[in-house]
Design a protein around this ligand. Structure first.
Ligand code: SF4
Length: 359
């Protein structure tokens, strides 16, 4: 890793807040990690000048693990034979949401496998039943793959499926991007959507006045150039739509998957991606530190290198847990981690509005 001289042209572009090119972003991977982290923090201050760090009290409800995609990198779906096939009833879903409300939670992420028997009506019933019983809960739910699955099962254009789900009460859809590189997708998730289909879902959300987010699962055999390709897809669609509220990178967890011989990404890999993303994605305000896959202490360091949000408390999470990762947290611990990074914790809602600040 090269130390960065202050007469470096790229250094000046970053510190002045100028947009950098994909090839300049690639060059950042060779920078000394401390220099890169400082540059990431400078860009964080330009995008988000406050020293607050947000978190949300939320719960993922994985309503089924029956999935016809059977991705290579997934240990959650029933055909991985680690978790017996299941489908939650509406009563199961209600009782999980009641527990969330008792804990002061505000957001539910309904997410499931691509169940071969579920149609648009299945999802509409789920959304409208939850909204009828819990009108104040914010539903940040499903994923672009699930949206395309719904549209295919019901032989409807994607835009019509999005519109129908919105009318039933769906508030927003997480970007769940995996890695937006078709070469990798064809190898690890051939039955999931293509990059162009992912873009189409984001465009449909935009047309329906809904927001989303973008993620990045790296460490699946991609090159550094492909990592930048992924970030470029995200920056371009954000220029076009402006609906991505946040970006969340996390490393692929190979254990217990059909790719378990892949070398796991390191902490330095994570911090580099996070800082490069913060610098390159000059049109996204919130970058989340991924405590679930990276651990709380590395997530805390990420707050000094470009991240400004800790994401959700995630009262329940099954998909990552299936790979053997057991990191858990709670509101008290997140407040402590944020304060010890010299920042001000803020409980926020799904649209990044402050609910409570611990000054
Ligand atoms: S990642 Fe999602 S789509 Fe792929 S197998 Fe797992 S549940 Fe199914």
């Amino acid at each position: 890793m090269k130390p960065v001289r202050q007469n470096n042209e790229l250094y000046h572009k970053i510190y002045q807040g100028d947009r950098i090119t994909p090839s300049e972003a690639l060059e950042l991977f060779s920078w000394d990690i401390i220099d890169l982290g400082k540059a990431g923090d400078i860009r964080r201050k330009l995008a988000f000048p406050k020293e607050t760090v947000g978190f949300i009290i939320d719960r993922i409800v994985n309503f089924t693990n029956i999935c016809e995609a059977a991705c290579e990198f997934c240990a959650f779906h029933a055909r991985a034979n680690l978790i017996a096939p299941y489908e939650l009833s509406m009563e199961d879903i209600f009782s999980k949401i009641e527990e969330l409300l008792d804990a002061g939670g505000t957001q539910v992420m309904l997410q499931g496998g691509l169940h071969p028997g579920y149609t648009l009506n299945t999802y509409i019933d789920m959304v409208s039943s939850v909204k009828k019983r819990f009108p104040d809960i914010y539903l940040h739910s499903f994923s672009p793959s699930e949206i395309v699955h719904i549209s295919r099962k019901s032989a409807l254009p994607v835009n019509d499926a999005v519109n129908a789900l919105k009318s039933a009460g769906l508030d927003s859809v997480p970007g769940a991007s995996d890695l937006l590189v078709d070469r990798i997708r064809a190898r690890v998730s051939p039955k999931k959507i293509t990059v162009e289909e992912w873009r189409e879902v984001i465009r449909c959300l935009y047309r329906n006045d809904m927001v989303s987010s973008a993620t990045m699962t790296y460490g699946m055999g991609e090159t550094d150039e492909e990592k930048i390709d992924h970030l470029t897809v995200i920056r371009d669609i954000q220029d076009e739509t402006g609906i991505l509220q946040s970006f969340i990178p996390w490393s692929f967890s190979p254990e217990k998957t059909r790719m378990e011989n892949s070398p796991p990404a390191t902490g330095i890999d994570y911090l580099k991606i996070l800082a490069v993303a913060r610098i390159f994605l000059d049109n996204i305000t919130h970058i989340q530190a991924g405590w679930l896959t990276e651990g709380l202490k590395l997530a805390q360091v990420a707050l000094t290198m470009g991240a400004n949000d800790m994401g959700g408390v995630l009262m329940e999470e099954v998909v990552v847990k299936a790979t053997g990762i057991t990191t858990r947290t709670n509101k008290k611990e997140l407040i402590h981690i944020i304060q010890n990074a010299g920042k001000i914790p803020v409980q926020r809602d799904s649209r990044y509005q402050v609910i409570k600040e611990w000054v």
